[in-house]
Design a protein around this ligand. Structure first.
Ligand code: GLA
Length: 392
């Protein structure tokens, strides 16, 4: 990857004296879906798949960018003193948004850069290729200027870029887990306080399998924003009677005791998912600590069903893939991961049955949907960083 990136850099931008290299992973969420923007808990981990950037400095306030993942788009260029969203800039709006957030936060960036990006996260699969390019850019800006912004703050700047510049009202999970990922560990994050702890997630004899439905995620952004406002509406109704800031402050029992306050049936279902999912997430972390993998698997299934029935973000492809996995004897647990509306499932599978899991689940899925799924055995890697000389 690095050699290809370097060659592309030389081809697009010529030879340069100082090149620096950066990496940010993708992420997969084990459990805790659509809880982050409701002040709840999530339990994601960073992947060994990710986005690389090679970069050299300029001195004229311009940034030129090229992506190996979108070669047909050619070089995208902008001026640091005038950063505006442009539909025609496509993928390049993500890094542009990050530059803008640094500048808005009062940090001085005047010189400019030439950057080549390239990554191995499947696009549109719900593994956060967008947060990954945001964070690789954030780390690049931070390191090159020696700003010493903490990784948690880089995550917040990147989230703001996505909210304000791109217009997707995402929570903090993706950016945070990508900024602070740790090899072989999942992160239990309280999205209200940003307090977090690492939980070892490596189990002898088990594999973490990501399966891509290969269903194009359509309308995902607008549906995502719609879910957020349904949660907000449920919260507003509840606040007429109880003093809470987020849905996830409620236990399941407290929620059920007040659910009648939510006027709209759909909004009540959305809120029920959020509250039950938050409780499942905290239970799941404890089951993992106590090595109770069967119980963890049952929670993953319950999570999927809640996302299907109450939150309604799965769709027939994700359901078919999860259902096929549940039937396989090698499966400990399986569920959709990420925002939904297409994308991937995450499964914990007994390693000795991995080959048959892939074969049989894939066949059953194809029979039901006519689509061929792709499978990846995921490594859990570290967070966004500059690559050392030894790594490049
Ligand atoms: C997307 C968003 C996250 C989170 C998940 C759902 O990945 O970017 O903030 O809300 O969906 O859990």
């Amino acid at each position: 990857m690095i050699d290809t990136l370097r060659a592309a850099f030389h081809q697009q931008f010529g030879e340069r004296e100082e090149l620096r290299y950066f990496f940010a992973p993708g992420r997969v969420n084990l459990i805790g879906e659509h809880t982050d923007y409701n002040g709840g808990h999530v339990f994601p981990c960073a992947l060994t798949l990710g986005t690389y950037a090679v970069c050299a400095k300029r001195s004229d306030g311009r940034v030129r960018m090229y992506s190996l993942n979108f070669e047909d788009d050619g070089v995208k260029e902008f001026n640091l003193f005038e950063i505006v969203y442009a539909e025609s800039d496509g993928w390049a709006n993500y890094p542009k948004g990050v530059f803008k957030q640094f500048i808005n936060a009062g940090m001085k960036i005047e010189d400019g850069f030439d950057i080549v990006y390239g990554g191995n996260i499947p696009n549109g699969a719900g593994l956060s290729s967008s947060a990954s390019i945001e964070l690789v850019t954030a780390v690049l800006i931070n390191e090159w200027h020696s700003f010493s912004v903490s990784h948690a703050h880089l995550a917040l700047l990147s989230q703001r870029a996505e909210n304000e510049f791109i217009g997707v009202n995402c929570g903090i999970m993706d950016q945070f887990s990508i900024a602070l990922g740790k090899e072989d560990h999942a992160i239990l994050l309280n999205c209200d306080t940003l307090a977090f702890e690492y939980s070892p997630f490596w189990q002898e004899g088990l594999a973490l399998v990501i399966a891509n439905t290969n269903k194009k995620r359509t309308l995902a952004d607008s549906k995502y924003n719609e879910r957020r406002s349904e949660c907000q509406s449920a919260l507003n109704d509840l606040r007429k009677d109880i003093d809470i800031t987020h849905l996830c402050e409620l236990t399941v029992d407290e929620f059920e005791g007040h659910a009648h306050l939510i006027e709209d049936d759909i909004c009540r279902k959305r809120a029920r998912h959020v509250v039950t999912e938050n409780e499942r997430t905290m239970k799941a972390v404890n089951f993992l600590k106590d090595d109770k993998m069967e119980e963890l698997g049952a929670l993953m299934k319950a999570s999927h069903l809640s996302l299907k029935n109450d939150y309604e973000v799965t769709g027939k492809e994700l359901d078919a893939l999860a259902e096929a996995a549940w039937r396989h004897p090698g499966t400990i647990g399986s569920r959709m991961t990420g925002a939904g509306f297409g994308g991937c499932t995450i499964s914990i599978v007994k390693e000795e049955m991995l080959a048959s899991f892939i074969e049989e689940t894939g066949a059953m899925y194809q029979e039901k949907t006519g689509i061929q799924a792709s499978f990846y055995t995921a490594g859990i890697g570290g967070g966004a960083r500059e690559l050392t000389k030894e790594e490049v």
